[in-house]
Design a protein. Structure first.
Lengths: 145, 179
């Protein structure tokens, strides 16, 4: 894969990784289910990939008082991306790998309050730091400045 | 590879090693490093793509994935920070319009040197008596740095001994606490 294409893939994986974080009623962030993301990734390469992904997403129905758990924004964004790249299995497989790595990294960094490590990593990967920080702030994660 | 570059890589490799968690087993009288395999495996990430610049980026991705997962460990075993500093240094010294082949070679040297150093130090600490350790570490550093015409790195030597003492005294404290 060419560098520019990998760079675009990586940027997309960062933006979507942030969308897997959601604040609960107590104002603490919760992560989208890692298992469900792995389920989505296992659909890559299948002829009915989009139908399968839609059925996995719709199968999850949290109880009425826990509706905040349903992260439709992330699911919708992921679905759009998978439709757009439906013929690019290699791209999607790598995208899912980076997505899971980024989620896990953001989680560790937030829990350990190592904001400078996140910023240093984004800089090393040539990712727009201000854009990522503003996305984090947008979903209510104010710890990273 | 220029001598100056090798010297920089060698120093970065020690910064990386000294951020890992050295553990001492009093029962086995043996030392070990928790993240040894993680650092050794970093080099594999450089073989993922034919395009060197893409491999360089993938190496950074893989390194963040290899970060210790536990938030309890991130503070004192944060080997990602010295690794990112080394990466930044390599990029800052890259030729304009570099195709990154040379930068990839430097990352290979960095992970290779860090792996060898970890193996050597663990072997020194585990196999010889406490009174001989200081001399053995000095001898190793003196030989490595003299080859590339660099002065003896007193700071690195002191940090290695401190790292060793911390691992040993940590075990003593744990042992006393358990009793």
């Amino acid at each position: 894969m060419e560098y520019e294409k990998l760079q675009e893939l990586n940027g997309t994986s960062w933006k979507l990784a942030i969308k897997t974080f959601k604040l609960d009623k107590k104002g603490e962030y919760q992560l989208y289910s890692n298992k469900r993301i792995r389920d989505f990734s296992s659909c890559v390469g299948k002829t009915n990939m989009i139908t399968l992904v839609k059925s996995i997403a719709s199968a999850y129905t949290p109880p009425q008082d826990e509706l905040w758990r349903k992260n439709t924004e992330f699911e919708d964004n992921l679905l759009l991306l998978m439709e757009e790249k439906s013929k690019k299995d290699k791209w999607l497989n790598l995208f899912f790998r980076y997505l899971l790595w980024n989620i896990s990294f953001i989680d560790v960094v937030l829990k350990s309050r190592q904001n400078n490590l996140l910023i240093r990593t984004l800089q090393a990967e040539k990712i727009d730091v201000s854009e990522i920080l503003s996305l984090l702030n947008k979903i209510g994660i104010k710890e990273v400045k | 590879m220029e001598e100056e570059e090798l010297a920089r890589i060698l120093k970065h490799s020690y910064s990386l090693v000294l951020k890992t968690k050295l553990k001492y087993s009093k029962y086995k009288n043996e030392f070990n490093i928790d993240s040894r395999t993680k650092i050794k495996n970093l080099g594999m990430a450089l073989r993922q793509f034919d395009n060197p610049k893409a491999s360089f980026l993938h190496f950074i991705k893989y390194a963040t994935y290899s970060l210790p997962r536990s938030r309890l460990h991130i503070g004192d075993t944060d080997f990602l920070t010295p690794l990112l500093k080394a990466i930044q240094d390599i990029e800052n010294n890259a030729q304009p319009n570099s195709d990154y082949k040379h930068e990839i070679e430097q990352l290979h040297y960095l992970t290779g040197y860090a792996s060898w150093t970890m193996d050597s130090l663990v072997s020194i600490f585990s196999s010889i008596s406490e009174t001989e350790i200081n001399d053995a570490v000095k001898r190793m550093l003196k030989t490595e740095f003299a080859i590339i015409n660099e002065p003896f790195p007193t700071d690195i030597n002191d940090k290695i001994i401190k790292w060793y003492n911390k691992a040993k005294s940590g075990t003593r404290k744990d042992y006393q606490r358990r009793r």
